[in-house]
Design a protein around this ligand. Structure first.
Ligand code: SF4
Length: 99
């Protein structure tokens, strides 16, 4: 990844189609993920602190369905609500999601 000097934030997201409600993400990242009554994740997409990026990376790597996604988006007033591209920290596979 090449730095452009633009401030960025990292957000966590779950692909609801891929998710099979194993619940590891909520165990590993309770600061951002809780489970609904059926065991599916409810995600707080607020920007992650540096400490939480590490935990989110662990959660993404632990998800058996590879459904936990990390998005690096430009920081700003909108906070990149609609990320143009997904970029992950080292060791995490990111898939593009349909708009
Ligand atoms: S660990 Fe993956 S499959 Fe399990 S609830 Fe979280 S996102 Fe879904």
């Amino acid at each position: 990844m090449v730095s452009t000097g633009t401030p960025v934030v990292i957000r966590v997201q779950v692909d609801p189609i891929a998710c099979d409600a194993y619940g590891y993400c909520a165990e590993l990242l309770p600061e951002r993920v809780t489970l609904d009554e059926w065991g599916y994740p409810i995600v707080d997409g607020s920007p992650l602190s540096a400490e939480l990026v590490g935990l989110a990376t662990r959660a993404a790597n632990a998800c058996p369905r590879r459904a936990v996604l990390l998005h690096q988006v430009p920081a700003g007033p909108t906070g990149g609500r609609r990320p143009p591209a997904a970029v992950a920290p080292a060791g995490v596979t990111v898939r593009e999601m349909a708009p």
